[in-house]
Design a protein around this ligand. Structure first.
Ligand code: HEM
Length: 139
């Protein structure tokens, strides 16, 4: 048994999204393999409230704005605000869906590996400090 799916999940194609590029109707695609895939947001009502200004949003309207959104390092509050404007998912064909799932899987295993990497870094640092102390005591 899979996860329960909402009955009618709306999906938008780039054809449709790319029509919404003005202050009268401004849509953005935000999301990637690490957070559930690309999603579509109608941010028309938020343009005038955006602390970064309306212009930056209009610049990337009707297209994939994920990198722009992530590069700013938007806060948790910004992400909560973003969620309010969600209108549906970005349509992915089977190949794109598969690529996204593979990317998500890769990200997951990279995260799982990271505690071991952190431990190794800490271990090397501790050994370096101990070596320093040993040297100091014997000089
Ligand atoms: C619905 C989508 C978006 C929401 C809800 C949002 C929300 C916010 C919020 C709350 C801030 C204040 C700082 C923070 O809390 O992180 C902020 C700052 C900013 N945002 Fe956005 N943002 C969105 C999309 C974008 C996009 C697509 C861009 C760039 C193309 C962008 C560029 C900026 C910039 C440059 C700032 C910094 C403003 C400054 O510090 O002067 N934002 N945004």
């Amino acid at each position: 048994m899979g996860e329960p799916e909402p009955a009618a999940k709306k999906e938008y194609t780039l054809d449709e999204i790319s029509k919404h590029t003005t202050s009268k109707s401004c849509w953005l695609i935000i999301g990637n393999a690490t957070n559930g895939g690309p999603k579509v947001y109608d941010v028309t009502g938020y343009l005038d409230d955006h602390p970064g200004g309306a212009e930056v949003m209009l610049d990337v309207a009707g297209q994939d704005a994920d990198e722009f959104f992530e590069d700013i390092g938007h806060s948790k509050e910004a992400r909560e605000e973003l969620a309010k404007h969600y209108i549906g998912d970005f349509y992915l064909d089977e190949a794109a869906k598969k690529a996204l799932a593979e990317q998500a899987e890769k990200q997951k295993s990279a995260v799982q590996k990271s505690p071991a990497t952190t431990l190794l870094v800490v271990l090397v640092a501790v050994m370096a400090i101990l070596y320093g102390v040993y040297q100091a005591q014997n000089s």
